[in-house]
Design a protein around this ligand. Structure first.
Ligand code: SF4
Ligand code: SF4
Length: 380
């Protein structure tokens, strides 16, 4: 009896374990299938506009190459306290991806021996929520680099000492505020975001951010609430300055305008409203050749939270990593890393100079009108 009982019992976990494993793998397969479907739905390669490379060739603008890496853009992880409708990396509170220490240490090691890097631009998710954020800021500050934190403002309420940490380390804050009215902001970024953003801006102002002569820079970012290009940056900046000062006493350094990329959640919106073709044609019709040699990928590299390298954060969102040159792979490369080129496959950042940029039809959003980049418009 006893043996049978024990033997019977010992079978239960094995059978249960097998069932659980099957259920888990079915779930993973279902998730992968859904992801593939989503990717196919968002694919814009079929839209009837010429490839970006063809347009460059037809206009005798050559091909897009990285000149020299002077800006390191780091996506420190995808966890965010918000889940905005236009977010091109699809961050949310449930995203768990965060930069492991081994990748953060490698970034510092590569940067220590590189004179060309002048700026480190940290994005996410909400960068301040990630474990490696403060150690990286402190290390890059020791190296005398300009540090940018892409801050969503609402996180400053949730992490009470975050603003002080940024000010003490003279980190430039670049904050999204797609409008100076509550309705427009909340349509893109969620209920309650406007008031919390205003409180965050007031807190930053109280520390000197955005005030003339303080040395603490505070830039705001505008992106359109639909399938249209941003208005002229300088004119919109005047409106923001007047309205934010009048209604809330808020000051800031500059306004940055960014065009919406036809990828991820915004691509879904365009498809749902049947505006995908129209938007791509708008971007093409506004192609501005004078912006081509200023697009941000020509002097930056984007490092994802897992150490993989991309030409920009949009290529990251589209899973278009920098291609590994034939035969190049380092022995220091940890096993868990993906197959594309990573921080462990370069000896110095300048190894990435003069490499060809991977382009696709989304690149038209960088070259339309006055152009668009993480630093704002590219032409007058
Ligand atoms: S705050 Fe930024 S990172 Fe977070 S969901 Fe919104 S757009 Fe994405
Ligand atoms: S999306 Fe813009 S920054 Fe990225 S590769 Fe294309 S042109 Fe360069």
């Amino acid at each position: 009896m006893m043996v049978g009982f024990v033997s019977g019992l010992s079978c239960v976990p094995r059978r249960g374990g097998a069932v659980r494993t099957n259920v888990a793998s079915e779930r993973t397969e279902r998730k992968q299938a859904l992801e593939e479907k989503k990717k196919a739905r968002r694919d814009i390669s079929h839209v009837r506009v010429p490839s970006f490379d063809k347009t460059l060739r037809d206009l005798e603008l050559g091909q897009l190459n990285r000149n020299r890496v002077s800006t390191l853009q780091i996506n420190i992880g995808l966890t965010c306290n918000q889940a905005c409708s236009h977010c091109h990396v699809e961050s949310s509170p449930s995203s768990k991806e965060t930069m492991p220490r081994i990748v953060a240490d490698r970034l510092v090691k590569l940067t220590q021996s590189e004179n060309d890097i002048s700026t480190v631009d940290i994005t996410g998710g909400a960068p301040e929520m990630h474990e490696q954020f403060r150690p990286l800021v402190l290390k890059f500050r020791e190296l005398g680099l300009k540090i940018i934190d892409r801050c969503n403002l609402t996180i400053l309420e949730q992490i009470p000492d975050a603003a002080n940490f940024l000010a003490e380390n003279e980190v430039k804050v670049v904050a999204s505020l797609p409008c100076y009215t509550a309705d427009n902001v909340e349509a893109q970024r969620g209920d309650g975001v406007f008031d919390s953003s205003i409180a965050g801006l007031q807190q930053l102002n109280s520390l000197g951010y955005g005030l003339p002569g303080s040395g603490l820079e505070l830039d705001l970012v505008y992106n359109p609430g639909g399938a249209f290009l941003p208005p002229a940056q300088a004119r919109l900046e005047e409106d923001y300055r007047r309205e934010l000062k009048r209604a809330f006493g808020i000051q800031f350094t500059s306004l940055i305008t960014i065009a919406n990329m036809p990828i991820k959640r915004f691509a879904d919106d365009l498809r749902r409203s049947d505006k995908l073709e129209e938007y791509l044609h708008l971007l093409l019709s506004k192609f501005n050749p004078s912006t081509v040699d200023k697009v941000m990928c020509v002097d930056q590299i984007h490092v994802a939270w897992d150490g993989q390298l991309y030409d920009c954060d949009f290529n990251y969102a589209l899973e278009m990593p920098v291609r590994m040159p034939a035969g190049q792979s380092s022995e220091e490369r940890p096993e868990f890393l993906p197959k594309g080129m990573t921080v462990f496959d370069v000896e110095k950042w300048s190894d990435l100079n003069n490499m060809r940029i991977r382009t696709a039809k989304h690149c038209y959003a960088c070259t339309a009108g006055t152009g668009s980049s993480c630093g704002g418009a590219l032409a007058d």
